[in-house]
Design a protein around this ligand. Structure first.
Ligand code: MCA
Ligand code: AMP
Length: 485
C-alpha cells in the first residue's frame, strides 16, 4: 500500500495550498478533506467541476483519500462534449463549489457543494483511516484522439505515485519547494503535476488563478522556487522578460523553470536564458503515460530535447516496420513507445482503443523522435496529422469536424493546424457552406462560437476558410495537404 500524501497524515502547520489570498496548511487540508472523504466514500465515481480553486483541489484530494475515482471536468466545457463525458463516465455525484451554476447534464446529478473554510490550526484531525490499493483507479482524465469524442484515461494511484516520485529524483523536488503555476486543473499537467506533486513532496503550491506574466512575476518574487507552464506561457514570458526587468529578475530567482505539454521553440529557450540567466527544462509526457522523460535538474544544458527516461520508465524508438531501433543509433527517427509503472490502466469503456494503443506491453505514443548522441530524446513530430496541440491542449481534428458538420449551415468540413508563434499550432477550418437551405451561410465567427459552445473554447477554429469544394481523392477522402497549398 502506497500512502499518496504522507504529509497529510503528519498534519503539520506547513503551507500546502494557496489560491490568491486563500490558503490551507497540511493540518487544515487534512481537517477539511478527511470529512469530505468520509462523506463521499460510498460513491462509485465523482465528477468534479474543475475550476482553478481551493475547492477543486480539496475535492480531488478527498476523492483520492476515499478511493473514489474522480473525473475532473473543464468548467468551460461545451454541451456535446459534456454530454459525452457524463454518459461515458456515469458519475454518481458531482462536487462543485457552492453557488456555482452547473450546466444541465451535471445539474441533473446529485450534487455536493464543497465549501472550504480554513479551520483553526489547533483542530488536529485524526489521520484518514484508509488508503485504497495501488491499482485502484484514482482519476479519469479525458483526452482527444484523432477521431470521435475524447476518451477517458483511467489512471491508477500507482501511476500517480510513481510519476511524482520519479520527478522528485529528476528535479530534486523537495518539501522546501514552492511551486507557482496557472495551469487548468482538468488535465494531468495542472492537476497531477501541479497540485498533487507538491502535496506528495510535503511542499506547497501557489496557484495564480489566471495566467499572466505579471502574476508569474509576483509569484516568483514572493517565495516561488519552481514554475510549471506550457510553451504558450513561456513564449509570453520570453517576449516580456526581454523588456521587463522585474519579470526577468523574478525568473532569475526561480530554482527551476519547467515546460511541458508541447515543444518549446529554441528561440524561447534562448530569450529566457538571455533575459534571466536561467534555463528552462522540458519534460515529456502524455495523459495515458504521465511523465516519460525529462531533462534533469543536475544535467548539462539540453535545450531542444525532452531529456532522458525517468527512473523506472522504459523508452524505445520503433521504426515503420515495427522494429526497435538500436540504442546506439543516435540519428534514426522512430515512434516513441513506453513501458513502466507510470502507465494508465485502460480507456474507459473502450477495450478496442485500449488494445490498439499497445504493442505487447509497450504503449504507442504516436510521437516521433530521435535519441541523440548524449542519450537525450528529441521529439521531431507526430504520427497523426489529425492531432493538434494548441496552447498545450491536445485537440482532435475529427471532433471539431463533427461539431462543424452538426451546424445546419455546413455541408462539408475539414480541420487542419498551422504554426502559430503564441499557441504553437492554431486550428484552421475549411468549410463548404450548405447551399440547399435559403438561410445566409454562417459567418466565421458563428462557426467558431458554435465549436466553443459544443466542445470547449480552446477547440474553436481561429481561422475559417470558405471553399466551393474540398479537394478529395478518388475514394472521396479529403486531401488535407492540398488545403494549405
Ligand atoms: C474565447 N473564449 C470564448 C470564445 N472565445 N468563450 C466562449 N466562446 C468563444 N467563442 C474565452 C476563453 O475561454 C478564455 O476565457 C478567453 O476567451 C481566451 O481564450 P483563448 O484565447 O483561447 O486562450 P488564452 O486565454 O490565450 O489561453 C492561453 C493559455 C491556455 C493560458 C496558455 O491555452 C492554457 O491554459 N493552456 C494550458 C493547457 C494545458 O494545461 N494542457 C495540459 C494538457 P478565460 O480568459 O476566462 O479563460 S497536456 C498534459 O496534461 C500532458 C500530460 C502534458 O505533457 O502536460
Ligand atoms: P495530452 O494527451 O494532452 O496529454 O498530450 C500529450 C502529448 O503532448 C504528447 O503525446 C506529445 O505530443 C506532447 N508533449 C508533451 N510534452 C511535450 C514536450 N515537452 N515536447 C513536445 N511535445 C510534448
Amino acid at each position: 500500500m502506497n500512502v499518496l500524501f504522507p504529509a497529510l497524515r503528519d498534519a503539520s502547520t506547513a503551507p500546502a495550498l494557496r489560491f490568491g489570498d486563500r490558503a490551507l496548511s497540511y493540518r487544515q487540508l487534512a481537517a477539511v478533506a478527511g470529512p469530505l472523504a468520509e462523506r463521499i466514500g460510498a460513491e462509485t465515481r465523482v465528477a468534479i467541476w474543475a475550476t482553478a480553486t481551493l475547492e477543486t483541489s480539496v475535492g480531488v484530494i478527498s476523492a483520492l483519500l476515499a478511493g473514489v475515482p474522480a473525473v475532473p471536468v473543464n468548467p468551460k466545457i461545451g454541451e456535446s462534449e459534456l454530454a459525452h463525458i457524463v454518459a461515458d463516465s456515469a458519475p454518481s455525484l458531482v462536487l462543485a463549489q457552492s453557488g456555482v451554476d452547473l450546466p444541465d447534464a451535471l445539474a441533473a446529478l446529485p450534487r455536493l457543494d464543497v465549501e472550504v473554510i480554513a479551520p483553526p490550526e489547533d483542530a488536529v484531525p485524526a489521520p484518514f483511516p484508509y488508503e485504497p490499493g495501488d491499482e485502484s483507479p484514482a482519476l479519469i482524465v479525458y483526452t482527444s484522439g484523432t477521431t470521435g469524442p475524447p476518451k477517458g484515461v483511467v489512471l491508477p494511484r500507482r501511476a500517480i505515485a510513481h510519476t511524482l516520485d520519479a520527478l522528485e529524483d529528476a528535479w530534486q523536488w523537495t518539501a522546501d519547494d514552492v511551486l507557482v503555476h496557472a495551469l487548468p486543473l482538468f488535465h494531468v499537467h495542472g492537476l497531477i503535476l501541479g497540485i498533487l506533486g507538491p502535496l506528495r513532496r510535503g511542499g506547497s503550491v501557489h496557484h495564480l488563478g489566471r495566467f499572466s506574466t505579471e502574476a508569474v512575476a509576483r509569484g516568483l518574487s514572493a517565495d516561488g522556487t519552481m514554475l510549471f507552464g506550457v510553451p504558450t506561457m513561456y513564449h509570453r514570458l520570453a517576449v516580456e522578460a526581454g523588456e521587463d526587468p522585474v519579470l526577468a529578475k523574478a525568473l532569475t530567482r526561480a530554482r527551476l523553470l519547467v515546460s511541458g505539454s508541447a515543444a518549446l521553440p529554441l528561440t524561447d529557450h534562448e530569450r529566457i536564458a538571455a533575459a534571466s540567466g536561467r534555463r528552462v527544462i522540458e519534460r515529456y509526457g502524455m495523459t495515458e503515460t504521465l511523465m516519460n522523460t525529462s531533462v534533469r535538474a543536475d544535467s548539462p544544458d539540453a535545450a531542444g530535447t525532452v531529456g532522458v527516461p525517468l527512473p523506472g520508465v522504459y523508452v524505445r524508438l520503433v521504426d515503420d516496420a515495427g522494429k526497435a531501433i538500436a540504442d546506439s543509433d543516435g540519428e534514426t527517427v522512430g515512434e516513441i513507445q513506453v513501458r513502466g509503472p507510470n502507465l494508465f490502466v485502460e480507456y474507459l469503456n473502450r477495450p478496442d482503443a485500449t488494445a490498439a494503443a499497445f504493442d505487447g506491453g509497450w504503449f504507442r505514443t504516436g510521437d516521433m523522435a530521435i535519441r541523440d548522441a548524449t542519450g537525450n530524446y528529441r521529439i521531431v513530430g507526430r504520427k497523426a496529422t489529425d492531432l493538434i496541440k494548441s496552447g498545450g491542449y491536445k485537440i482532435g481534428a475529427g471532433e471539431i469536424e463533427n461539431a462543424l458538420l452538426a451546424h445546419p449551415g455546413v455541408a462539408e468540413a475539414a480541420v487542419t493546424a498551422e504554426p502559430d508563434e503564441d499557441l504553437g499550432e492554431r486550428i484552421v477550418a475549411w468549410i463548404v457552406a450548405e447551399s440547399r437551405t435559403d438561410a445566409e451561410p454562417p459567418s466565421a465567427q458563428e462557426l467558431s462560437d458554435h465549436v466553443a459552445r459544443q466542445l470547449a473554447p480552446h477547440k474553436r477554429p481561429r481561422t475559417v476558410h470558405f471553399l466551393e469544394s474540398l479537394p478529395r481523392n478518388d475514394m472521396g477522402k479529403i486531401l488535407k495537404r492540398e488545403l494549405h497549398a
